[in-house]
Write a protein of this length. Structure first.
Length: 640
């Protein structure tokens, strides 16, 4: 009874607190970033305002923006924005807010610019629309209008000085007459403001990749300007990233001017090019010839970069949370400079870059992520760099098979593999990055055609296959070998007092070693869980495989039905999903087929394999890389 009273009081208290919390103007994530809980709270508060007055236009705009921000931060649709937009048109038609919401809710590939123009006609002094108008007129190749709205935006004083300085430094990272490919709003239109209003680096062509993909008029004009054949047809039925990669390939084929990728461009769009990309500051220059990018970094940093706001931000900047997030993009180049200055006995510059790295990371609440930059150690092929490994966690994840042989409890995850890639990038090991790249996957296209129109919430209800806790797949056999070599050197060169062994070797297992781990104590079992079937007594699948595929007597695969997700997911699931076998190994059957020492041979089967391949001892010869195959590390103790 006492607990019930306490709970009731808590509920009443929380309700009273919410009732006393005033509604606040909700800004898009491009202007301000708060935790998702803040937007959830504001969503409820503005909903209450709408319950009191359904024609409150400002309330609708704030309510919609809060709902949109929540969806973006959660990476999937929690709120039905289409339904909200429909209600807006019923309650406040022919208003600035109504038209502006209609514009934002329109399809990316068919943006409703007429609604944007109607909104501006109704409220020409509403400054939140100016950057959208800049984008519109940029596509129309109307430089005067772009400059007009850029100047009006600048004169409002609402354009963050920190974001402007970031874009200034991005432009300075580009060589003369270079082309800079950008990704979002904050790395695009502020650069246009600097160019068109302040006449800064007008020799640089700033091209937004998403606009180039979505807007035919803009693409045709850019292609004509850069003498690129307008024969690009694209891949309209593929995932957005696949379309963007196709577009980048087309650009690379024909562009004659120096080409740069902004650092905010997602890494999966740069993976295919990693061996030809050189960090020059807030951009990567594409070059098939070896470059001395450290000298470029040094020059940009010493002679051209604005650093005042990195050292001491303005006392008030409404977009400081966004600036703090954007400024983390400086870390890779500043880390390279720090090590360069330190190795060349340039103590003052080394100290300055160290202080800047620390200040940037502190404001972004990411201090722990940069601490190891300042710790020296031996790494791949004997160079010195930071140590990114948590050896205590690694040791705990290794399960014994004998006194000298251990294996990881789970398959190697995307997060673990990305640490490896980031370390190679830090060391400018672009030749190795090419070998170790993750090949892009259009996941939905791997399903039967009749299943390709489902929502992302259905496909990825267990998480996206490229999420941190999912197994790394779609890498080469050589990449897995290099990861093991890197891990070996990381472990052995570390002087961490808590590591378990002095010297070890990480590697892929032999077939016999893999079978030893899979069998556990069930020496005569068909499957690692000890039973003769791949389902439990309730009919639930015991591993992540494809129940819609069966094998004929000739060992040929036959699709007998649609690959249902009743095994937990359409694709890969988290590496510790399902119960482990009796030795503690998760998903040693299913999820990702696992490479062994023999190249092109896997064991255990994966999410897109028939149940037959889940059986212990059954080999599968495959072409690598593929989205069904990953690997598990085994560790041999050399010296205790």
């Amino acid at each position: 009874m006492q607990k019930a009273i306490i709970l009731f009081c808590l509920i009443i208290g929380m309700s009273a607190l919410m009732a006393s919390t005033p509604p606040e103007r909700v800004l898009p994530l491009s202007q301000s970033i708060y935790p998702v809980e803040y937007y959830q709270s504001q969503l409820k508060i503005w909903k209450k305002e709408l319950n009191d007055d359904a024609t409150n236009a400002a309330a609708w705009l704030n309510y919609y923006t809060a709902a949109r921000n929540i969806n973006i931060l959660n990476a999937y649709e929690l709120n039905d924005l289409d339904a909200i937009a429909a209600d807006v048109q019923k309650q406040i038609p022919n208003t600035f807010e109504g038209y502006y919401i209609q514009y934002w809710q329109s399809n990316f590939f068919e943006r409703d610019y007429q609604s944007l123009l109607k909104a501006h006609e109704l409220a020409p002094d509403r400054s939140e629309i100016y950057h959208d108008l800049m984008i519109y007129y940029k596509m129309k190749n109307n430089a005067a209008a772009v400059a007009n709205y850029g100047e009006r935006l600048l004169n409002t004083g609402k354009l963050s000085a920190g974001i402007l300085d970031w874009n200034y430094n991005a432009l300075m990272s580009v060589g003369e007459h270079g082309i800079l490919l950008t990704h979002g709003d904050n790395d695009t239109y502020p650069a246009w403001v600097l160019q068109e209003v302040k006449n800064i680096r007008k020799d640089v062509e700033v091209i937004n990749l998403y606009l180039l993909l979505a807007e035919d008029t803009y693409r045709q004009r850019v292609f004509k300007q850069l003498s690129i054949p307008n024969a690009y047809t694209g891949l309209p039925n593929q995932e957005l990233n696949v379309q963007l990669i196709s577009l980048i390939d087309h650009l690379l084929k024909y562009i004659q001017r120096p080409l740069y990728f902004g650092v905010a461009t997602p890494s999966n769009l740069r993976n295919e090019l990693s061996d030809h990309l050189y960090l020059t500051g807030l951009a990567f220059q594409h070059s098939k010839q070896q470059m001395d990018n450290i000298s470029m970094l040094d020059y940009h940093y010493q002679k051209e970069f604005r650093k005042e706001l990195l050292r001491t931000p303005l006392a008030y900047d409404a977009s400081q949370s966004v600036v703090d997030h954007m400024n983390m993009n400086y870390i890779p180049s500043f880390a390279l400079l720090y090590r360069y200055y330190k190795n060349n006995n340039r103590k003052n510059e080394a100290e300055e870059t160290k202080n800047l790295i620390t200040a940037i990371a502190t404001r972004a609440n990411k201090l722990e992520s940069v601490a190891d930059i300042f710790t020296e150690r031996k790494t791949l092929f004997g160079e010195k760099s930071k140590s990114p490994l948590d050896l205590r966690t690694l040791d705990k994840e290794l399960m014994p098979l004998s006194s000298q042989l251990y294996a990881a409890a789970t398959e190697v995850t995307n997060a673990q593999y990305r640490i490896f890639l980031h370390d190679l990038l830090d060391q400018n090991k672009y030749d190795l990055l090419k070998v170790c790249r993750i090949y892009p996957t259009d996941w939905v296209s791997l399903l039967p055609e009749e299943y390709q129109n489902l929502s992302k919430e259905v496909y990825f209800k267990q998480g996206h296959p490229e999420g941190d806790e999912m197994p790394i797949v779609n890498i080469s056999y050589q990449a897995a070998q290099l990861y093991c070599q890197w891990l070996t050197e990381q472990y052995n060169h570390s002087d961490h007092r808590k590591k378990r062994f002095k010297k070890v070797v990480f590697r892929l297992p032999t077939k016999e070693e893999w079978i030893l781990a899979a069998k556990g104590r069930f020496r005569s079992s068909v499957y690692p869980w000890g039973g003769p079937d791949n389902k439990n007594a309730k009919g639930c699948l015991l591993a992540n495989f494809n129940p819609g595929i069966e094998l004929t007597e000739e060992n040929k695969e036959v699709t007998t039905g649609i690959p249902a997700d009743d095994d937990g997911g359409f694709f890969t699931v988290k590496v510790d999903a399902y119960y482990p076998n009796d030795l503690g190994f998760y998903n040693i059957a299913g999820n990702a087929a696992e490479m062994i020492e023999e190249e092109g041979v896997t064991m255990g089967g994966g999410w897109n394999d028939a149940a037959y391949y889940m059986q212990i001892g059954v080999e599968h010869t495959v072409d690598l890389p593929n989205p069904n195959t990953g690997f598990r590390i085994f560790m041999e103790v050399i010296e205790e």
